[in-house]
Structure formats: C-alpha cells, structure tokens
Write a protein that binds this ligand. Structure first.
Ligand code: MGD
Ligand code: MGD
Ligand code: MO
Length: 758
C-alpha cells in the first residue's frame, strides 16, 4: 500500500471500506439511533426525549428543515434527527474545570469531533487578551465586555452579527432588531453558504425566494426530480414523502454524480413491509458530472420546445415574461456539448424527456449539489425555466422545492436576518420601533471574512454555528478571526470557533430546543418555519443543561439593554419576560404573521402565504414569472485533475461530527477519504484503493491549498469527479471562488490534483 497518513493526525482516523449500500434506513438505522442516543443520554432520557420530537405539543427537531406530516407517527423522527437530539440532550458537560484543564492552544489542536464529544457548555467563559485559558465570567461582566468593544468601534459597520439556522423566530427577530438599532446591516448567516443561490434565483424569477410546494404537493406529483441532494442522510423524513408519492403513482428521476443509497431503496422503519423489502425510489438515475445540471435542464427545455404541444402555452402567455429570449437560447442547446458537460448518455436524457412529457405535475427538489457552484444561480434559473414551460408552478402537485438545511434557516430570513434587507422590511421596522434603520447593505459571510482579514471589521458576534469550520479557505478564515478585537459565540456545544479567537473572546452558553425555557411570565415556547413555509411552535421539556444558561432571546435582550442603554425605546425587558410580546411585534412587521400568537397556538401551526403557489401571482419586477436566458456554463477540468465536491457523511451535522462512519457509503472509522472513480484512478497513474494522497487545490490566484493524508477509495462516482468530506476539505475552497450573484462558496467544484504521499 502506497503512502501513509501524516503523523500526528488529530483524529485517530483509520478508514475501512466496504463499498456502497443500496438501501437506506431499515433495522440497522433503528439500532444505530438507539445506541448513539443512549451513549449520550442514557435509556430513560432517550425514551422521554425522542418521543417528543416533532409532536404537536413537543419540540421541533433540531435536525433538518423537512416539514412534519399532518398525521404523525408516535415516533416522528429519523436516525439523524435522533442524533441531533442526542448531541444536544447529552449528559456530558463542559465546565469551568474543563477550561482550567485545557488551555486554548490545547483546544485548537483537537479535532472537531473531540470538541463536540465533550458535552454541553455550562458557564459563560471569558478569554482575556493574552490569556492562555478561558475563565468563568458573570453574565453582567460578559455584556460589559461586548459593550466596551462595540463602543470603541469607529463605525457600527465594524461589527459583524452572524447567525446559524437553529435560532428561533423570536430570537432572530430580536437579534436583527438589535443589530439595526446599533446601526448596521452586517448580518451574515449560514444561508450565505447554503441556499443563497436558491433565494437569488427564485426571487428574480418567481418573486419569492422560497419553495412553492407543500408536503401534499409532493404526494400528488406525477414526477419528482431530485437533483443535487442526498436525502437518505440529510433529510431522511423526505424518503417517507417520496415513498408516499410513489404509492400514488409518481415517478422519480435522481440527478447526482453519486449513487446515494437512500434514493435507491428506502426501508421505512415505521411500516412492517418497509422493514422487510423497502421501496425502490429512483426510476431513472442520471449520473451527472459535477456542475452539469444547467446544461442538462437547458437541453431538456430545448426538447420540450421541439415536442409538439408539450409547452403550456396559456400559462406562458398569461403568466410569464421573457419567453422569446429564453426560447432562442434554449433552441441553440447542443447535444454534443450537453453530453460533454453532463457525462450522460444520449439514451438516458431521452428517457428523462419521455418521463417529463408524460407528467402533468412535476416537482424539482434540490439542495447543495445545485447551490454551491460558480454558476449555481443560472442553474436554478434554468430549473425554473423548465417548470414554467409546462406550467408547473402554482398548481397542485407541482413546483420548486429547494430543500433547506438548518431547522429554522428559512424562518431566520423571514425574520430579517439578511445583509441586504428589502426597503419595505426596513420601513416596517422604522414605523414599529421609531428608529431609522441603516439602509446601506451589509456584509455576507465571504465579505465578512475579507473585512476581518483586512482589519475593517473588529467585533465578530455569532448567534450559534461554527463560523471558523463552516467557512471556506480555513487558513484565511482563521487568520481573519485572529485579527478581530473580540469574538463572541452564543453556543450550546464546544467547537473550533471557540479555539480560534480574536484578541479577546467570550463563550455565551445557551438553551437548546429540547430544554424548558422559563422566564418572568412563565414557561415560554418559540416558533420556527420549515422548508415549506409552515410556521409552528416548539416547546422544550428537558431541564436545562446548567442553571447558568440564558435563552437566546434573553441574551439579545440583555445585550441590547447594556449596549443601547437609554437611547433605545424598545421594550427589551418585556420581550425577555414574555415572548408573546415579541410575536405581537413580528405580526406588525412581517407580512403573513397577522394574529401570530393565536395562529401559532393551533396544533400544527399555519402556512405562510406564497403568492406564486396560492394565486399564480408573481411579485417580480415585471409582475410576471420571468424566463431567463443565461449562457450555459460548466466547470472546466485541466488534464490530470479532478473536480472535488465537499459533502456530508452520514455521521455528521455540518461541522458537528457524531461519529466516524458513513454507513450508506460503506466507509467506517475514518473521515479522511477521497472517493475517486476507479477509471480515473487508473488514469492518474494507477492510484490504488487504499493509497494515501494529499489533495492540492489549484485556483487562479496561484496559491496552492493543501489537505494532507486522504485515503483513496475507489467509488462509483461520475468520471472526472471526486468527493471528500466537509469541513476537513474547507481548507481547499478558495475564499474568492464563489457563485455569481449569490456569492455562495463554490464548495461543490474545487479543481484538485492528487499527490501520492511518499
Ligand atoms: N444528518 C444531517 N442532516 C443535515 C445536515 C447534515 O450535515 N447532517 N446538514 C443540513 C444542511 S445545513 C443542509 S444545507 C442540508 C444539505 O443537504 P445535501 O445538499 O443533501 O448535502 P450534501 O452532503 O452537501 O450533499 C450534496 C448532494 O448533492 C450531490 N451533488 C454534488 N454536486 C452536484 C452537482 O453538481 N450536481 C448534482 N446533480 N448533484 C451534485 C452530492 O453527490 C450529494 O448527494 O442538509 C441538512 N441536513
Ligand atoms: N466545504 C463546505 N463548506 C460548507 C458546506 C459544504 O457543503 N461544504 N455547507 C455549508 C452549509 S449548507 C451550511 S448551512 C454551513 C453551516 O454553518 P454553521 O451553521 O455555522 O455550522 P454548524 O456546524 O451547523 O454549527 C454547529 C454549532 O452550532 C451550535 N448550536 C447548535 N445548536 C444551537 C442552538 O440551538 N443555539 C445556539 N446558539 N447554538 C447552537 C453548537 O455550538 C454547534 O457547535 O456550512 C457551510 N459550509
Ligand atoms: Mo445548509
């Protein structure tokens, strides 16, 4: 076996490879779930907690943003939701004694996996300038420190207020309100790295930056195309919806460079038949090259135009704009170019076309496989063109379905967590709260990193998340963070962002979704919005991990009082005491939330209005749904190189690593692997399965970015494409390699060469 992993590898990483599985869930999933949950929580707590997930009087699963069905099972959670719950409800604790025993330099040497395994944070902790260790600090002193550094800034725009997508609607609303009262729109969020491309493309084309289907639409569809998404791991409950759709006669096309087990066969653990045999989900698998999707949809659009009577002429006439220009571009689509861009065979595309033409109700679902490319926005616009052509928006069983990641990432945006807020939103804030919000656009994630790197931003405040590990270009990002005056993290668990800090740093421990939230007016609940625009309540029941925790709304409220002082006429104290008073304000500021308190109290919550879905009204600049006609793009691959996508294993939630296995892909006990097509491995000088290589990313800035010591795994991915896990490979993603328009890091198309290790 050639080469060896580098010495001193922070993870005890020794991958074993068994080859990909062809079905997801089933009995092993249940066993796995219970084992992981019991390790963290013990038997009793496991039973009590898991039965509350996604029930009408329970808490919203902190896993993904997939919606809850109307008729819920007793166990309405999935393997990976259970892992997310166990991770939060763990009995392990990170106490002041822990920080005394582990200087920051020691924490910085540990793997993300190790850090997360230490348990829940229990006390506010402070790292003084020049100090080696975090020390406990009172909440009052912590807020004083933030206020000191914010007061010292030359402009409010030197502060950054990041948000990850677990934050409740109430906390998010208060947080953006505070940032804007303080005077900045610098509200970067995880969406900037995630579905920003979807938001950009959809806002421009249909006028609403969100999906247009409800769960029942999926059930009613004739055809569902799942492109660039791995629901078996990342949205397991979606498989039940696909199964139900198939039972109703739907067909499924999967577009992916990897054969993902969940899309092949689903063994529903909630039904006896499911456990035994399972349902084959995918009818047609298009094993596309990374970044080939725009070309594929463009050609399908041409073929639809060429087929007699295939287009919905009435819809196109009545409801769309820009058809002529689009049609001219689509007619120019070329078979040969498409086959080269996609790596697909002609017959496969013809099969897909036949399924498309046979369907009266088509839904396209997608996630990071479409959003994290340089040409992500035109790719998603092409998907919209495809749906518009046959009138597949704004009727039952059809529409766009960007499947969101974090459980409340969509709600956070609705609440105004956005660096480029709409004027109407700011006007509403101004009317309601009587201050003049800043109007200039703020910084997104990539621009925020540049600002810290260049010394233009000095205070970094994070409401959740793990900015250092989630962001691209790890070395650049870490150096940028270290230049800040103060970094502050409101967190539930320890992560790398606590170890790579500004001159001063604070960790502010907070309640998780699963925990009881007691305030002045009694027990509180919060609201969240799922991927399909359903808003509902979430109520935690567990005793908080420590009595020193504050809720996120309480943290924002106290921080605002300390920083804004007398200047603010906002009733921050009242907000902290009674979250219903926050919801009253949301109702008056955010469209669709009228009577919020009454409606969110109903079991199951309520649906936000969506003009294209509900009334085929398109609130765009033209007042119609816009066809677009961008040139077709796809990644160029120099000789001897591979195109690397950075993706999730089955045992992780973004930067939180639950374990070292990726069961469906047949990889165990290690994460430093690179999946390569055997034919490519042969051409690249005969890289054997099991050989160790360094990944070197090549970008136009001439800088060589390296990730050391990856085990080559021969894997049936599309030709020319490779895959390796995020966040270990973020070091390879150049900060400036982003999507046009949305500025999302292009983490699914990194040009790399593989260097054999000596
Ligand atoms: N258990 C678990 N659940 C999660 C998460 C988690 O980490 N763990 N993360 C949450 C978050 S924040 C998000 S955003 C979602 C992410 O959900 P996904 O988008 O499913 O996550 P990824 O692992 O990035 O997988 C990308 C998928 O797209 C495919 N793909 C990559 N590039 C291309 C391409 O160019 N074209 C096509 N057609 N396919 C491509 C990959 O092979 C892979 O199957 O999941 C959410 N849910
Ligand atoms: N290379 C590459 N990079 C990527 C991606 C990729 O596919 N490839 N995906 C991108 C995507 S889609 C996303 S969404 C981002 C994710 O970026 P982030 O959202 O920043 O990262 P997470 O790993 O989800 O954050 C985990 C941390 O959140 C904290 N946390 C958990 N629950 C709570 C809570 O209830 N409240 C608070 N305050 N804190 C909590 C814990 O401390 C935990 O350590 O990463 C992006 N980065
Ligand atoms: Mo995400």
């Amino acid at each position: 076996m050639a080469g060896k992993p580098p010495a001193g590898d922070p993870v005890q990483d020794a991958p074993q490879v068994e080859g990909p599985k062809h079905a997801a869930a089933g009995l092993p999933a249940i066993g796995h779930t219970l084992r992981m949950a019991q390790e963290q929580m013990g038997v009793r707590r496991t039973a009590l907690t898991l039965l509350r997930v996604n029930q009408k009087d329970g808490f919203d699963c902190p896993g993904c943003a997939w919606p809850e069905p109307e008729h819920r099972h007793k166990a309405e959670f999935c393997e990976n939701g259970a892992k997310a719950v166990a991770e939060e409800a763990t009995l392990r604790r990170v106490t002041p004694e822990f920080f005394a025993a582990h200087p920051v330099a020691d924490l910085a040497r540990r793997s993300g996996y190790w850090l997360g395994q230490q348990g829940r944070l229990t006390h506010p902790m402070y790292l003084a300038e020049g100090a080696e260790r975090y020390e406990p600090v009172t909440w009052e002193r912590a807020f004083d420190i933030v206020a000191e550094e914010l007061d010292a800034l030359a402009s409010p725009d030197e502060a950054l207020f990041y948000t990850s997508g677990r934050t409740s609607n109430e906390a998010a609303f208060l947080y953006q309100l505070f940032a804007r009262e303080f005077g900045t729109n610098n509200l970067p969020d995880c969406s900037n790295m995630c579905h920003e491309s979807s938001g950009s493309a959809l806002t421009e084309t249909i006028g609403v930056g969100k999906g247009s289907v409800l769960l029942e639409d999926l059930h009613k569809a004739d055809l569902i195309i799942v492109a660039g998404q791995n629901p078996g791991t990342n949205h397991p409950r979606m498989l039940s919806a696909l199964e139900k759709a198939k039972a109703g006669g739907a067909r499924i096309i999967t577009v992916n460079p990897l054969p993902e087990a969940g899309m092949e066969r689903f063994k529903n653990p909630q039904t006896p038949q499911g456990m035994l045999k399972g349902t084959a989900l995918t009818d047609l698998f298009l094993q596309i090259r990374l970044g080939g999707d725009q070309a594929l949809f463009r050609l399908l659009n041409k073929l639809i135009l060429d087929a007699d009577g295939a287009m919905d002429e009435e819809f196109v006439r009545e409801h769309t704009h820009g058809y002529e220009e689009f049609a001219a571009a689509a007619r120019a689509a070329d078979w040969d170019e498409t086959l080269a861009a996609t790596g697909l065979e002609r017959s496969r595309i013809e099969e897909a076309l036949a399924m498309v033409l046979a369907s009266k109700r088509t839904v396209v679902c997608w996630a990071m496989g479409l959003t994290q490319h340089k040409h992500a926005v035109p790719t998603i616009r092409e998907v919209v063109n495809f749906l518009l052509l046959r009138g597949n928006i704004g009727r039952p069983g059809a529409g766009v379905c960007p499947v969101r990641g974090h459980s409340n990432v969509q709600g956070d945006r609705t609440m105004g967590i956005f660096e480029r807020p709409a004027p109407a939103f700011l006007n509403a804030l101004e009317r309601e709260f009587g201050f003049a919000p800043p109007r200039e656009h703020g910084l997104d994630v990539v621009r925020a990193i540049r600002a810290m790197r260049d010394g233009d931003a000095k205070v970094f405040f994070a409401m959740g998340g793990n900015f250092v590990s989630a962001s691209p270009d790890t070395e650049v990002t870490e150096a940028a963070m270290r230049r800040a005056r103060l970094t502050v993290h409101v967190s539930t668990k320890l992560n790398r962002s606590h170890a790579v800090t500004g001159a001063r740093a604070l960790i502010l421990p907070t309640l998780g979704r699963t925990e009881r939230d007691l305030q002045g007016s009694g027990e509180q609940f919060v609201a969240v919005e799922d991927s399909m625009g359903m808003v509902h309540a979430s109520r935690g029941r567990l005793e908080p991990a420590s009595r020193h925790l504050l809720s996120e709304p309480a943290i924002v409220s106290r921080l605002a009082r300390r920083v804004l002082g007398e200047k603010s006429v906002t009733p921050w104290e009242e907000f902290e005491k009674d979250y219903a008073t926050i919801r009253d304000r949301i109702a008056r500021v955010v469209p669709g939330f009228d009577d919020f308190n009454a409606r969110v109290a109903r079991p199951g919550g309520f649906a936000l209005p969506h003009a294209p879905r509900d009334e085929r009204r398109f609130p765009t600049a033209t007042g119609k749904a816009n066809f677009t006609a961008a040139p077709v793009e796809y990644p160029e691959l120099p000789d001897g190189r591979l195109l690397l996508q950075t993706l999730r294993s089955h045992d992780q939630y973004n930067t939180t690593i639950y374990g070292l296995d990726d069961r469906y892909r047949g990889i165990r006990n290690g994460r430093r692997v690179v999946l390569v097509n055997p034919a490519d491995a042969r051409e690249l000088g005969g890289l054997a399965d099991g050989a160790y290589v360094d990944l070197v990313s090549e970008w136009q800035d001439g800088v060589e970015r390296r990730a050391l010591g990856f085990r080559v795994v021969h894997y049936p991915t599309a030709r020319g494409c490779a895959a390796a896990y995020y966040p270990e490979t973020n070091v390879l993603v150049p900060l400036d390699a982003t999507a046009d328009t949305s500025n999302t890091p292009a983490s699914k198309s990194v040009v790399v060469r593989l260097e054999a290790r000596p």
